[in-house]
Design a protein. Structure first.
Length: 162
């Protein structure tokens, strides 16, 4: 059986001596719950922020209201701003953020259910990927958390190899 993503991530963070902070929207804390389920995670997990509304993203993460009005809460721009914001307010080495639409109702966005943006901010800058997931609400939320953890693992392995 393969090692859980959160365990792999914890090992990499511990090896590097890095910390991570997470800003979540769609997952509502699933990513943070997975990270802290690993014994000893207090050595590398700095904090998690659930910024569900557009207003909370601005207030808690310092995101510009005009940017949110221009691009929307479910956008690559919002995910990047969230990742940079949570990294800045926490002082963590890495800021991980996600925003998306889990359904079953689309809400105010014209984007389809299953749309997600995941961003990772570090000292070298920020990277963002967009995803389209299938399934019901819980399946989408779990898929976003898997993709987010995998994205950090891949970025850390790439940084270690360079």
């Amino acid at each position: 059986m393969s090692e859980q993503l959160e365990v792999k991530l914890g090992k990499l963070l511990r090896e590097r001596g890095w910390t991570i902070a997470v800003a979540e929207t769609t997952t509502g804390g699933v990513i943070s719950a997975r990270i802290v389920s690993v014994p000893g995670s207090s050595a590398y997990y700095e904090r998690g922020v659930i910024a569900y509304s557009a207003l909370s993203k601005c207030e808690m993460l310092g995101i510009d209201v005009k940017m949110m009005d221009t691009y929307g809460a479910v956008s690559a721009e919002a995910a990047c701003a969230m990742a940079k914001g949570v990294r800045k307010v926490s002082g963590a080495d890495l800021g991980l953020a996600e925003t998306g639409i889990a359904g079953p109702i689309r809400g105010r966005s014209a984007k389809p259910i299953g749309t997600a943006y995941i961003a990772l901010a570090g000292a070298e800058g920020v990277v963002c990927r967009d995803f389209r997931f299938d399934g019901g609400r819980d399946a989408i939320r779990n898929a976003i958390s898997d993709a987010a953890l995998q994205m950090v693992i891949e970025a850390m392995k790439k940084a270690i190899d360079n």
